[in-house]
Design a protein around this ligand. Structure first.
Ligand SMILES: *Cc1c(COP(=O)(O)O)cnc(C)c1O
Length: 426
């Protein structure tokens, strides 16, 4: 059987590509910045992108490549680019096709760091954003578009709202408007969902979360679906000759991989937010158990969500696999294998109730993290979404009483016990 026919669980463990006699069974860490050549001509060809090969680890390193190839395969893309963090992945994904004077349409239910990036930091560089509700109709989303709109952005599972977006609706709008749909797939992970299968053009991840799974390493990755026509007049940087590279055209010279190639050879080269090989090695280790962890996260989270839904001290619970969730139908369609491990819940008693609940938990710690194997909690309004106005917090699904619970892979009875006791004590 060819390794290309493997199901995803086998791919995660075994990887792909040919077996070679005598190769290391675990992909090693290439802890090197540089690569040896004996001829300046070969190096010149590498610099001109006329030949494949490593020259300097800011732009490429074999361990990092192994991680990129694995993610590209899992997400069914034509190529991937690893970066130093999820933030670096999202800003690179945007800046690869947006410059001063351009505009982004984004769903409002996104991670606080990305919302800050769109709302204030990118604005200082002349890139503006309009936010729309994930429940907006196609017509309403289209009215947010301007002449200069270059991107439609959303998160598969909004962090922390835990709504599931309607990929097909976004893809129809993107096609009609001639702009790519970029989706941050962090909270679903490449095991629970592959947005490119539904027509999404670019996928990003914070690898820091489920891909690592152990709270040990920061990293991010962009995957190119290779399914967007960049030659539609809106993206001259990908089509017109690039004077920084002897007038090559990414679209003509790299075809389907135009977007991801440009991101590497211009933005990674110039901004330098590269992933280090040690973290790439940790992510490769993490991926080998991703399917097992996501199954357990999803199973435990559903049990915890059902318990919370019926608890008298809980005001509301957002978890996409609860029938009461407004995302239930989208979750059925796009997340058939599970709803992931994050629950957003509203504790009765407003902000004070939420803070007391967190303080009453014992071994479930308050941690600025999500996607970790260990169960942990966070109060988004006073942490990750702190910089947003109260109105914008509410639009992003962050109410004062909201607690984000990252349900880990421990025994669910222990998780339920700590939660039940904490609720009793408030
Ligand atoms: C954490 C997170 C990010 C940012 O990732 P870092 O690795 O922390 O930089 C981006 N998007 C989502 C959905 C996240 O959860």
């Amino acid at each position: 059987m060819s390794r290309e026919e493997f199901k995803i669980e086998t791919q995660l463990v075994q990887g792909s590509g040919e077996f070679t006699e005598g190769q290391p069974r675990v992909y090693p860490i290439y802890q090197t910045t540089t690569y040896d050549y004996n001829s300046p001509e070969v190096l010149a060809e590498l610099f001109d992108l006329k030949r494949d090969g490593y020259m300097y680890s800011r732009i490429g390193n074999p361990t990092v490549t192994a991680f990129e190839e694995k993610i590209a395969q899992l997400e069914k893309g034509v190529g991937a680019l690893a970066l130093a963090s999820g933030q670096a992945a999202n800003v690179t994904a945007i800046l690869n096709i947006c410059g001063c004077g351009d505009h982004i349409v984004s769903l409002a239910t996104i991670y606080g760091g990305t919302a800050n990036l769109f709302k204030s930091t990118l604005k200082k560089y002349g890139i503006t954003a309009t936010f729309v509700s994930p429940e907006a109709s196609e017509e309403e989303i289209k009215t947010a578009f301007q002449e200069n709109t270059k991107v439609l952005f959303g998160e598969t599972l909004g962090n922390p709202e835990m709504n599931v977006i309607d990929f097909e609706k976004l893809v129809r709008v993107g096609k009609e408007k001639g702009v790519p749909v970029i989706v941050d797939n962090t909270l679903a992970s490449p095991y629970l969902c592959n947005p490119i299968e539904y027509g999404v053009n670019i996928v990003t991840h914070s690898a820091t979360k489920y891909i690592d799974g152990q709270g040990a390493a920061l990293g991010g990755v962009i995957v190119d679906g290779g399914n967007f026509n960049w030659d539609n007049g809106k993206f001259p940087d990908l089509v017109e000759p690039d004077s920084a590279y002897h007038n090559l055209s990414y679209w003509k010279d790299f075809g389907k991989a135009a977007y991801i190639t440009r991101a590497r050879v211009t933005l990674l080269r110039d901004f330098g937010a590269c992933l280090n090989p040690f973290n790439a090695f940790l992510f490769l280790r993490g991926l080998e158990t991703l399917h097992l962890r996501m199954e357990r996260h999803s199973e435990n989270a559903l049990k915890v969500a059902k318990f919370l839904e019926n608890h008298e001290k809980i005001e509301w619970v957002n978890y996409p696999k609860l029938e009461s969730s407004y995302s239930y139908e989208n979750a059925k369609k796009y997340l058939p294998k599970g709803g992931s491990g994050v629950i957003l819940l509203g504790v009765k008693g407003g902000r004070e109730g939420a803070e007391r609940f967190i303080k009453e938990l014992t071994w479930i710690r308050s941690v600025i993290h999500v996607g970790d194997s260990r169960t942990c909690v966070l109060h988004p309004a006073s942490t990750t979404h702190r910089q947003l106005s109260e109105e914008d917090q509410i639009k992003a699904g962050v109410l004062p009483e909201a607690v984000r619970l990252n349900v880990g892979i421990e025994n669910v009875e222990d998780i339920l016990k700590d939660i039940a006791r904490a609720l009793e004590n408030i």
